[in-house]
Design a protein around this ligand. Structure first.
Ligand code: ADP
Ligand code: MG
Length: 273
C-alpha cells in the first residue's frame, strides 16, 4: 500500500466528508491487499459504513426536531390488546402513502387505548423516511399560536406548523381551549388543507366537537376539511395503562367506546376565520 496514495485518498475523503470511509480505509484496504476480500467487497464495507452512520445521524436529528414526547413504534404495539383495530390497515399507514397524498389520519377512542402511541409510531416512521415531522398537543399548539399572535408573528408561526410534511396534533378535546384557540386551530387546519398531512388524536366523538371548540360552525368547518381526505380509526376497549388492574375494576372497566357520527354537513367557514 503506497503511503502517499493512501494520504491522497484520505484527503479526498476529508474534502467529501467521508469520515467513516477515511477511518476504515487502512484496515479495509489491507484486507483487500491480502486477498481476504475483493475490491468490490472492500468498497461495499466502506460505503456501507458511511451510509449507515449518515442515516443514523439524520434520524437522530430528525427525531430531535420532531418534538416527540417519546419514541414508540408499531413493533412495540400489542395489537392483541386492541382487537378493534385492523392491524393490516394500521401497518399500511406506516408505509406513509397517506403523507405523500397529503391525507389525514384521525385516531379516536377513550383514554389509554394507544392513540398517542400510534400517532408517535407514524411520526417515527415519517422521520425514518426522511419526512419533516412535528408533534404537538393541541393545547400547546394553541398556546404557541396565541403567543405569536400577541407578538404580531402569527403568520410566521403558522408557517412553521405548515411546513412539516406530517404534523401530529395530540389530544383534541382533553382540555378546553383558551379564548381565540378554536379560531387559530381552524386557521392552521385550513392552511394545511391539501398541503400536508395531519395525524390527530381525540377522546371525543365528532358529534361533541361543537362543545370542544365552543362553536358548532367552527367545529363543522374544521371537520369538513379534516375528513375530506382522511382515514378514521376508532379504537375501542380498555385502557392499556390499567391492563393489570382490569379484574379489580369489574365489568365497568372498559370505558365507553367512541361512536363517530360520520362526516358533518358542509358548512362554509365564517368570514375572516
Ligand atoms: P391514549 O393516547 O389513547 O390515551 P397512549 O397511547 O398514551 O393512550 O397509551 C398509554 C400507554 O399505554 C402508553 O405508554 C402506550 O405506549 C401504552 N399502550 C397503549 N396501548 C398499547 C398497546 N396496544 N400495546 C402496547 N402499548 C400500548
Ligand atoms: Mg394520548
Amino acid at each position: 500500500m503506497s503511503a502517499q496514495l493512501l494520504e491522497q485518498v484520505t484527503g479526498y475523503c476529508a474534502r467529501l466528508r467521508l469520515l467513516r470511509v477515511a477511518a476504515q480505509l487502512p484496515t479495509v484496504l489491507a484486507q483487500a491487499e491480502r486477498g481476504e476480500t475483493s475490491l468490490l467487497e472492500a468498497l461495499g464495507t466502506l460505503l456501507g459504513a458511511e451510509a449507515t452512520a449518515r442515516e443514523t445521524v439524520r434520524l437522530k436529528t430528525s427525531l430531535a426536531m420532531s418534538h416527540l414526547p417519546a419514541v414508540k413504534t408499531l413493533e412495540d404495539f400489542d395489537f392483541s390488546f386492541a382487537p378493534s383495530l385492523d392491524r393490516t390497515r394500521v401497518q399500511a399507514l406506516a408505509s406513509l402513502d397517506f403523507v405523500r397524498r397529503q391525507e389525514n389520519v384521525l385516531l379516536l377512542g377513550p383514554p389509554g387505548v394507544g392513540k398517542t402511541h400510534l400517532a408517535i409510531a407514524l411520526a417515527v416512521a415519517a422521520c425514518r423516511a426522511g419526512l419533516q415531522t412535528y408533534f404537538t398537543s393541541v393545547a400547546e399548539l394553541v398556546t404557541s399560536l396565541l403567543a405569536a399572535q400577541q407578538r404580531g408573528q402569527l403568520a410566521t408561526r403558522l408557517q412553521f406548523y405548515t411546513k412539516h410534511a406530517l404534523l401530529v396534533l395530540d389530544e383534541v378535546g382533553y382540555l378546553p381551549l383558551a379564548p381565540g384557540g378554536p379560531n387559530l386551530m381552524f386557521q392552521l387546519v385550513s392552511a394545511r388543507y391539501k398541503r400536508g398531512s395531519l395525524v390527530l388524536t381525540s377522546n371525543k366523538p365528532f358529534r361533541d366537537w361543537g362543545q370542544v371548540f365552543g362553536d358548532e360552525v367552527i367545529a363543522s368547518a374544521l371537520l369538513d376539511r379534516l375528513l375530506h381526505h382522511a382515514v378514521v380509526l376508532n379504537i375501542r376497549g380498555a385502557s392499556y395503562r390499567l391492563r393489570d388492574r382490569l379484574p379489580d375494576l369489574g365489568p365497568e372497566a372498559p370505558p365507553a367506546p367512541v361512536k363517530p357520527c360520520g362526516r358533518p354537513p358542509r358548512i362554509p367557514a365564517p368570514e375572516g376565520r
